[in-house]
Each structure stands twice: as structure tokens, then as C-alpha cells.
Design a protein around this ligand. Structure first.
Ligand SMILES: [Zn+2]
Ligand SMILES: [Zn+2]
Length: 164
């Protein structure tokens, strides 16, 4: 979606609301294409006392495998976008400041950028996900595997000591 910033920069108190969807289905994340459904973006660009800000929430479902057990899950996510738009930067280094040279502001690119920046390195199906057995590859959330019967003999000795 392209937002014309010209009038917003020129008129104090003016705001433009938006509520639309961004297709991110061709975007790759950690080797997957997890944005199967559109990203819903809702917010506004407003000029409040001469300062132009964009504030929005991007809501979407992420279809991605668990980093521990590899089971695919659907995770609802919400990413907040908040930036002050400026026409030029005066040696300010602030990530929240966004310099717009073109008054035709391409919101989709900002949405994609902020969504990617907010992605965690790991996705877990649950905080106490047991992962997969390194021996047989079974998903241990679905029950113990037969590898557990073959315990390390050194552990047996330790267990005997503890039992006594
Ligand atoms: Zn898991
Ligand atoms: Zn196993």
C-alpha cells in the first residue's frame, strides 16, 4: 500500500488510517515459507503537532516447525510498528526515525522489514517441548522411545549408589 505523505506533512492534525493485508507468502524465514496467510496491518499515519508518526500492528499466523521437535505449528503473532517519519536526518541515529525522501510512502516494505526484525531465533511448540531423541529421532512429546530402556551402565551404578 502506498500512502501519500505530502498532505500529512503539510497539515497538522491530519491522519490517515489503514487496515489492509500484505501478502508475504513468498518471503522466506529460516528456510521455510511460514507466512501462508496474509499479514493484517492496522494503524495510522498521523501528523501530531508537526511530528509525523506511523503506528500500526501487524497480525499474522506463522506456520513453522518447532526448533526442538520439528513438529509444524501455527503460531499467532503480533508485531508493533512505530516510527517517526522525517524528511531529512540531522546526524540523528535512532532506529525509530525513518527518513522518507519520497512522499509516496511504501508501507509494505516497512511491514516486511519490521516483521523480520522482530522474529525470534527459535520457535518452540511449547516451553517444555521434549524435542526428539538423538538416538532414534522419535518425537518425545508423543511418549518415550525404546532407547530409554538401554540406559548407560555408568548411570546404573550411580542409581544404585543413590538408592542405598
Ligand atoms: Zn516442539
Ligand atoms: Zn530414541
Amino acid at each position: 500500500m502506498i500512502i501519500d505523505l505530502e498532505s500529512i506533512f503539510n497539515v497538522e492534525g491530519l491522519s490517515k488510517q489503514f487496515d489492509y493485508e500484505v501478502d508475504m507468502s513468498s518471503e522466506e524465514l529460516y528456510g521455510y515459507y511460514p507466512f501462508r496467510t496474509p499479514v493484517r496491518v492496522k494503524g495510522k499515519v498521523a501528523n501530531e503537532t508537526g511530528i509525523v508518526e506511523v503506528n500500526a500492528d501487524a497480525c499474522f499466523e506463522l506456520n513453522i516447525p518447532c526448533s526442538r521437535c520439528a513438529k509444524e505449528m501455527s503460531k499467532p503473532m503480533k508485531v508493533h510498528l512505530g516510527h517517526t517519519l522525517v524528511r531529512e536526518l540531522n546526524n540523528e541515529s535512532n532506529d525509530d526515525l525513518l527518513c522518507v525522501e519520497n512522499m509516496q510512502f511504501e508501507l509494505d516494505e516497512l511491514v516486511k522489514e519490521d516483521v523480520f526484525l522482530s522474529m525470534p531465533y527459535k520457535f518452540l511448540c511449547s516451553e517444555d517441548c521434549l524435542g526428539i531423541c538423538s538416538g532414534c529421532g522419535k518425537n518425545l512429546n508423543e511418549g518415550p522411545c525404546s532407547c530409554e530402556a538401554q540406559t548407560d551402565p555408568r548411570l546404573d551404578i550411580l542409581k544404585q549408589l543413590l538408592d542405598n
